[in-house]
Each structure stands twice: as C-alpha cells, then as structure tokens.
Design a protein around this ligand. Structure first.
Ligand code: FES
Ligand code: FES
Length: 154
C-alpha cells in the first residue's frame, strides 16, 4: 500500500518578508521561488546542481536552490536577486561589462555578493575557486573577476 504524501502550508522568509505557500514534499526551493512566489530572477537551467544559475542566499551563504527542498528552507532567511538592491557588485558588473545574455548573471551577482561579504580580503585564488561553481555560456570570466576585484578595492 502506497502512502499519499500530502501538501503542506509552510512559511518562508524571503527578502525580508514572510510568505505563506502550499508545497508538496518534493518541491524544490527553486520551484517555490519561481512558480509560487513569482521570483523569476532565480533561474532554472540544469535543474540538477551543475550550473548554479539557481543560486540564492540562505542565511547569507550561496546555495543552489534546485538542490534544496522548499520545506528545508523553513526557518532560514532566503535572499534572491530581487532582494539585493543598490549593492556595489551590481554597479561593478555594469561598469566592467561582466555579462552578455545575462541568463547566468543574477546568480553570479548573488554569489559574488556573498564572496565580497564573506571574504573581503579574497585573493585571485579564492575568487577563482569561489566563482568556479557558476557556469556562464557566453562571456568571459575575466570581466566577472574584475568586477569582484573592483568591489574589493583591488
Ligand atoms: S539549475 Fe540549479 S544548479 Fe543548475
Ligand atoms: S551572460 Fe549569458 S550565460 Fe552568462
């Protein structure tokens, strides 16, 4: 006999606001953010943890939201690209032309913001290692690295 797993009502703290949503046990945080909360700045690309286009901040740390269940996010502070406003790394991406098609850009900005916040003294090696989880299909990583270094004052 199979047990039918039912939906449940949960509360998520997203970009400083408490949101109530109904989720299935297997719904990912990515699905909840995009399909239920309409926060489409978080991108759905590979869906299996390879590209990092779905990166959000969970309690300030970058997390691939396609690999986290929505129910696991209860009790944590979630920040999406829509929740980051007027931060230096956004201006740096523009000034350094660190994007082309832009599909990967929200997650690069999220990840870069976490990098400069957590590692204000990051050297080239740390920057390279930190950014290697994010895949971009159409631009150079050099400009992205330059944007990060500009924010770090290097
Ligand atoms: S969509 Fe999550 S890692 Fe690619
Ligand atoms: S700017 Fe196009 S995939 Fe990154």
């Amino acid at each position: 006999m199979f047990q039918v797993l039912s939906k449940s009502l949960i509360e998520l703290e997203v970009n400083g606001e408490i949101k109530s949503i109904v989720v299935r046990p297997a719904d990912t945080l990515l699905f909840a953010l995009r399909e239920q909360l309409g926060l489409t700045g978080t991108k759905d690309a590979c869906g299996n943890g390879d590209c990092a286009a779905c990166t959000v901040l969970v309690d300030g740390w970058p997390v691939k939201s396609c690999l986290m269940l929505a129910v696991e996010a209860v009790g944590h502070k979630i920040t999406t690209i829509e929740g980051l406003k007027d931060i230096p790394i956004q201006k740096a991406f523009l000034d350094k032309f660190a994007l082309q098609c832009g599909y990967c850009t929200p997650a690069f900005i999220i990840n870069s913001h976490a990098l400069v916040t957590i590692h204000p003294d990051a050297n080239d090696e740390v920057i390279k290692e930190w950014l290697q989880s994010n895949l971009c299909r159409c631009t150079s990583y050099e400009e992205i690295k330059e944007a990060v270094k500009w924010v770090l004052g290097q």
